[in-house]
Design a protein around this ligand. Structure first.
Ligand code: G6P
Ligand code: ZN
Length: 543
């Protein structure tokens, strides 16, 4: 075994996006591409000498190969120890937990989250820091700078490491700990939730379907729901992780989780349905004939978290990303909790959580989590819902009706326009940006615009400022639209239009969402000159 220095790089375009570096799998497979990014990351954190890392991925195509490469590079760069999931599998929240529990310097997550997997699909890599959360912007920026000047990487010339058995094995001077992916995570969940009470719920005949979408939560959900909580076999479907997620998009929303949705809307629906994404950090919650938007789910969790043992002392506060609806603000206001609005991307919650300013966080993009780790956590959200259902003994639909009658309802939908030519998408955003200051006071599509700006975030903990975080238009009667370009796509641009209309507790809460949002939607189409600039007004996906 020898340490080799290989001349390679730089590669163009290795700029980490909203959640690490995501590219087509074949791009990652180009000789030296992954290696240069990993070396740039290690250079950016001041080298790996004497450091320890967690490594794991969602099992998608190229996961195994990538893990072997990173292990050999960590050893060649002088790392002392690496914790890796058995078979190379770890969900994103499990990586975050292991970084924290085992006090490592950081970790690598191999995933493109909810994007499809396969040789012609997507791959990704993300670096997390010692608090267990995604690297903050100052680090991703220096990673990017390193990718632009890199000229060689270091790797151990060694045979592949067998990751199939739990235990410890050396690689040069580095120690590799191969761990069961589920055990530590399950132990953490047991500290937060009343497992006995949830178990009794299932014993009493409560029924549930959890769709693991052929992705990493399969083993976790099976061990926790069907194992520790005693739910009947078959509660978890699509439970075996596959390299291409069964050919589907492992994205837990009503469009991609349509098998679960169809069942939940049918006459034979179980009491409760949930799904998680490729790497296990997102969640979808659905009751019998009652889909719960991620923004509403966050609000319900904030209002009811005290029913679970881990949160019975109450919450320090709540944070949501800017495009997420204001439903959780309404709860925070009434309960007198701190309430923060951050840019899109889980990394922005890290400082608030570390400083103890918030306990729960959430995003419209199906992410919810708490201070138990520093990533969003799909199964955690499902277990908190189960704990609440076990305490309240009401259906999901009843809980939603109660919630809206107490706090009002934020009708909400996100419209995605996918694979828009980059120039056209930029032209639309530039055009809107240029007119922002003229908009307030105008009436468009029948409603008055009361405010319009581009969101900048001033981090209250470290004082950093993040500009250009989305264009927002406020309308009379608490309606709002937000526009931003996705930071996670791998092809063309994805334009996201977030529409919201608040109605108070005494108003009608049973309107079809499209109907409630019609006016705001028309106004956005007009104000952005959407038809002229991108050639269509119908979105590809509505969530
Ligand atoms: C990832 C991040 C989330 C973020 C989402 C936004 O999933 O982990 O924190 O909300 O990307 O994606 P977008 O495509 O809208 O930039
Ligand atoms: Zn994910």
């Amino acid at each position: 075994m020898s340490i080799q220095s290989i001349s390679k790089g730089p590669f163009e375009g290795q700029k980490p996006g909203t959640s690490g570096l995501r590219k087509k799998t074949r791009v990652f497979m180009e000789p030296g591409y992954l290696e240069c990014f990993v070396q740039a990351t290690l250079n950016a954190i001041g080298g790996a000498t004497g450091k320890s890392f967690v490594i794991g991925g969602d099992g998608r195509f190229f996961n195994r190969e990538a893990i072997q490469i990173i292990l050999k590079m960590a050893a060649a760069n002088g790392a002392s120890r690496v914790v890796v999931g058995q078979g190379g599998l770890l969900s994103t929240p499990a990586v975050s937990n292991l970084i924290r529990q085992r006090k490592t310097d950081g970790g690598f997550v191999l995933s493109a989250s909810h994007n499809p997997g396969g040789i012609d699909a997507d791959f990704g890599i993300k670096y997390n820091v010692s608090n267990g959360g995604p690297a903050p912007e100052n680090i991703t920026q220096s990673m990017f700078e390193q990718t632009q000047v890199i000229s060689e990487y270091r790797i151990m010339d060694a045979p592949d490491i067998d990751l199939s058995n739990i235990g410890t094995t050396p690689l040069g001077d580095m120690q590799i700990d191969i761990v069961d992916p589920v055990v530590d995570y399950l132990a953490l969940m047991e500290t937060l939730f009343d497992f006995a009470k949830i178990r009794a719920l299932f014993t009493g005949g409560f029924t549930m379907r959890f769709d693991a979408m052929h992705a990493v939560t399969g083993p976790y959900a099976t061990a926790i729901l069907e194992g520790a909580l005693g739910a009947p076999k078959g509660t978890v479907i699509h439970a075996i992780p596959s390299e291409d997620f069964g050919g589907g998009h492992p994205d837990p929303n009503p469009v991609w989780a349509n098998i679960l949705m169809d069942e939940m809307m049918s006459g034979t629906a179980p009491d409760f349905g949930a799904a998680s994404d490729g790497d296990g950090d997102r969640n979808m919650i659905v009751g019998r004939a009652a889909y719960v938007t991620p923004s509403d789910s966050l609000a319900v969790l904030v209002a009811n978290a005290h029913l679970a043992p881990g949160y019975k002392a109450g919450l320090a506060g709540v944070a949501r990303s800017m495009p997420t609806s204001g439903a959780s603000d309404k709860v925070a206001e009434r309960l007198g909790l701190n309430c923060f609005e951050t840019p899109t991307g889980w990394k922005f919650f890290g400082n608030l959580l570390d400083a103890g300013k918030v306990t729960l966080c959430g995003e419209e993009s199906a992410g919810t989590g708490s201070d138990h780790v520093r990533e969003k956590d799909g199964l955690w959200a499902v277990l908190l819902w189960l704990n609440i259902l076990a305490e309240r003994r009401q259906s999901v639909a009843e809980i939603m009706r109660d919630h809206w009658a107490t706090y009002g309802r934020n009708y909400y939908s996100r419209h995605d326009y996918e694979a828009v030519p980059v120039e056209a998408a930029n032209a639309l955003m530039e055009g809107l940006r240029a007119t922002l200051s003229d908009l307030p006071g105008k009436t468009v599509g029948g409603i008055e615009i009361t405010s319009a700006d581009e969101f900048s975030y001033h981090d209250p903990v470290d004082g950093s400022v993040s500009h250009n975080q989305g264009l927002r238009i406020g309308f009379a009667r608490e309606a709002r639209a937000v526009l931003r370009l996705s930071g996670t796509g791998t092809e063309g641009a994805t334009l996201r239009v977030y529409l919201e209309q608040y109605v108070p507790p005494e108003a009608e809460h049973g309107l079809a969402v499209d109907v409630a949002l019609q006016q705001v939607r028309d106004a956005v189409i007009e104000v952005t000159r959407m038809q002229a600039l991108i050639g269509r007004i119908e979105p590809d996906v509505k969530t």
